[in-house]
Design a binder for this molecule. Structure first.
Ligand code: GLN
Length: 202
């Protein structure tokens, strides 16, 4: 068991399955829909969904600035699919669409095809051993530009599909739609390691 409190942004999209995966791993889950609910959490998952809708709701619910500020100050975050789009520094396929502009990569939306082209893949993910991890891609974003400061944890057909930069983790796919909880465990380990390094600095 772990006494970590992890928030899941529940404005829109596929947050339920993320909550299930995190509960399975023994953490306390907090649903986040407003800025005050960001207080006291140890990490945050931004789920898949419709990135245009999520960004609009972040603004309407006046959470955009608080959320961005917390992440800049070190709140660990994990964005999947639309969440990966939100964390990016820009969208090459939809240049006018705003993002949180936090991680140094750009994406092209829906680049692996439409809903009917959704597919499952087995991925080798750095830090998760030899056993490949099942991943579901649904209208997934493709990373089209990436800076050296971003670590690539997994690639699929030559494109990065899971990346990390400082306290931020992002995946093009949906790890929560399988029974395998290793990707969420990786996020939890990342949170624990970041907490330890902060404590060591004090
Ligand atoms: N296609 C969606 C978008 O561009 C993302 C899809 C997803 O999160 N499964 O926002």
């Amino acid at each position: 068991m772990s006494n970590l409190k992890i928030g899941v942004l529940t404005l829109q999209g596929g947050f339920d399955k993320h909550i299930e995966s995190l509960v399975k791993l023994g953490v306390t889950v907090v649903k986040v829909r407003e800025a005050l609910e960001l207080d006291g959490i140890d990490g945050l998952v931004i789920p898949g969904g419709e990135s245009t809708t999520i960004i609009r709701l972040l603004k309407n619910f006046r959470i955009y600035d608080a959320l961005r500020d917390k992440i800049v100050k070190g709140l660990p975050v994990f964005g999947t699919c639309a969440g990966m789009i939100l964390l990016s520094s820009g969208i090459t396929s939809h240049r006018d669409q705003e993002t949180l502009n936090l991680m140094n990569y750009k994406v092209s939306r829906n680049d692996y095809g439409r809903q009917i082209d959704s597919f499952d893949a087995l991925l080798n993910i750095s830090g998760l051993g030899e056993d490949p991890v099942p991943a579901v891609f649904i209208r997934a974003p493709r990373i089209t530009e990436i800076a050296d400061s971003v670590e690539i944890l997994s690639e699929y057909e030559g494109s990065p599909v899971m990346v990390r930069e400082k306290n931020m983790l992002a995946a093009s796919f949906h790890p929560e739609l399988t029974d395998d909880t290793r990707v969420h465990s990786l996020f939890i380990s990342m949170i624990k390691n970041l907490k330890m390094s902060v404590q060591n600095q004090i």
